[in-house]
Design a protein around this ligand. Structure first.
Ligand code: ATP
Ligand code: MG
Ligand code: MG
Length: 550
């Protein structure tokens, strides 16, 4: 297995170990089950699981499930499947932040008893107003000086379900004048009368992310709690809770820059909108930057892990060129995908000097550089399909493919010459009559040079295939950069084009998720849901040409 590139977090842990740090490294990946995982999450997964791998530690999978209204079991199932597909294994059982609701509640009661939390009845708007701004200190809530007894009573009645959603919250009593707004009496509990996918109807109040995350880390013995830079400002609060509660361990929060990819949105909320509005066919539509979508598109786990290695881990926010992702999958498939010929825009060739019914079994390597791939059998017959783009009736200079009176080599086969163009009454091309030079199999023709090589399949033996040509979902590099404009305005209307083509006979056996290089065309993958022996469906993973400058 490839050793991952160094990064500042790896270096930091190495240094700690050199300085005598003892005990196991424990990290965690903490998704909220409110959508499918996307390529941004892959960066976090590779980092967290990668650290555990490198240092012989554990990485936990913990569902951050404090917001049950938006969470669903289907997302939990998909997230588990995606992590395993990427090739990672979480240590021990799956964990849920909701496993700790009893403990968190008990700690909230302790904060109240210590005079460090109170029940507040300001509405959200008032609360915002009282909280102040970056340049202006906040003001204390009128409920801030409630007695411990009153707070305990109020909090218990909140728990008993006496109050409607939003009527009251529990807040920490920290510092309304703190320069860091997160310390201005943050919310610990909200009333939400909603069923929870794990705890059922046990609770009608739920802890906030901030009150949950660090303590969950502490309960699990997480040593390095790695998160994205937006949480840097929350770190003082993360530490405040750890310092003011009898937690069993003191995890450390370390922030890194989130992944942003051009031509892509990586926000579950926006991705959910694409799904809910039917703009894509589901969370795993091959145009989606979700791991499930990328898998269907033909990305391999190795390519995604390599991509995450290539982009590295830093504290500098930036935008990664999607060409890098394309480059990563191309490199994998160049090495590992079986070769095949497939004609996407078929036009018929009739070889007038090849006997009807004669079938010659030509052979071609499964991969040009690998002898562990099976040879392919390519029947050669009088009637063939070639791609319409490989023929021009009035070609410009330097068009080295097929044209009237012009020769071209059929890949892995003979040189042919176009003698006649047959059209119907409407002037539509029906077929090309060609002759074959029988003396050109595996050797150059006598006395002349044929530059062009095109792909083909036998019309008699070809298998019909449905090919889905995918392109970026957005036309703009930064589809969601403009706050005043709806990101949906930047959708690419041609992100999916479906064509019916013909593939070489071996494609009939393509098992779901099999990867191919269609020679001269691109990399394709048999759709894992739609493709079977009755109906072959291939998704274009990526084109052949690499525009990523290394
Ligand atoms: P989204 O904004 O898409 O909902 P999120 O951060 O709310 O993302 P979570 O399910 O909470 O989604 O994310 C789980 C983990 O993945 C978090 O630790 C988060 O920091 C990390 N993560 C999410 N998006 C990215 C990203 N674009 N790059 C790197 N890490 C990410
Ligand atoms: Mg989150
Ligand atoms: Mg989110």
């Amino acid at each position: 297995e490839a050793v991952s590139a160094p990064n500042f977090i790896r270096n930091q842990i190495s240094e700690e170990l050199q300085q005598g740090r003892e005990g196991k490294i424990v990290t965690r990946f903490p998704p909220e089950p409110n959508g499918f995982l996307h390529i941004g999450h892959a960066k976090s997964i590779c980092l967290n699981f990668g650290l555990a791998e490198q240092f012989g530690g554990d990485c936990h999978l913990r569902f951050d499930d404090t917001n049950p209204a938006k969470e669903e079991q289907q997302y939990i199932d998909a997230i588990k499947e995606d992590i395993q597909w990427l090739g990672y294994e979480w240590a021990g059982d799956i964990r849920y932040a909701s496993d700790y609701f009893d403990q968190l509640h008990a700690w909230a009661v302790e904060l109240i008893k210590a005079g460090k939390a109170y029940v507040c009845e300001l509405n959200p708007e008032q609360m915002r107003e009282y909280r102040g701004t970056l340049t202006e200190a906040g003001r204390p809530s009128p409920y801030r000086e409630r007695t411990v007894e009153e707070n305990l009573d109020q909090f218990e009645r909140m728990r008993q379900g006496e109050f409607p959603d939003g009527a009251k919250v529990l807040r920490a009593k920290i510092d309304m004048a703190a320069p860091n707004i997160n310390l201005r009496d943050p919310i610990l509990y909200r009333i939400r009368h909603v069923h929870h996918h794990q705890t059922g109807d046990k609770w009608c109040l739920y802890p906030s992310y901030d009150f949950t995350h660090g303590q969950s880390d502490a309960i699990e013995g997480v040593t390095h709690s790695v998160c994205t830079l937006e949480f840097e400002d929350h770190r003082p609060l993360y530490e405040w809770f750890l310092n003011n509660l009898p937690v069993p361990a003191k995890p450390r929060q370390i922030e890194f820059a989130r992944l942003n990819l051009n031509y892509t949105v990586t926000s579950k909320r926006k991705l959910k909108l694409l799904v809910d509005q039917g703009i894509v066919e589901g969370w795993d539509d091959p145009r989606m930057p979700t791991l499930a979508g990328m898998r269907r598109r033909g990305y391999t786990p190795a390519s995604i892990r390599n991509f995450c290695d290539m982009i590295g881990v830093t504290r500098a926010n930036g935008v990664v060129d999607i060409a890098m992702l394309y480059s990563a999958i191309r490199r994998d498939l160049e090495e590992n995908a079986v070769r095949a010929m497939c004609v996407l825009k078929p036009i018929k060739i009739v070889l007038t000097n090849w006997d009807e019914g004669r079938v010659e079994g030509l052979r071609a390597p499964g991969h040009p550089a690998r002898d562990d791939f099976r040879e392919r059998e390519l029947p050669f017959t009088r009637e063939l399909w070639i791609d319409a783009d490989d023929f021009m009736e009035e070609p410009p200079k330097k068009f080295f493919r097929l044209a009237p009176g012009q020769e071209v080599r059929l890949r892995n086969a003979y040189v042919i010459k176009c003698e006649e163009v047959i059209k119907d009454d409407q002037g539509e091309l029906v077929e090309l009559r060609c002759t074959v030079d029988h003396d050109t199999l595996g050797k150059n023709p006598e006395g002349r040079k044929v530059k062009g090589v095109i792909h083909w399949v036998s019309a008699e033996h070809a298998v019909p295939v449905e090919v889905r040509l995918y392109d970026n979902l957005f036309l703009e590099e930064a589809p969601d950069a403009d706050k005043d404009k709806d990101f949906l305005e930047h959708l690419n209307p041609e992100s999916l084009q479906v064509v019916q083509g013909y593939g070489e006979p071996a494609l009939a056996e393509a098992h779901p998720e099999a990867h191919y290089q269609f020679e001269r065309v691109g990399y394709f993958c048999a759709d894992r849901h739609l493709s079977d022996t009755e109906r072959l469906v291939f998704n274009r993973t990526v084109g052949l040409k690499d525009s990523w400058a290394k």
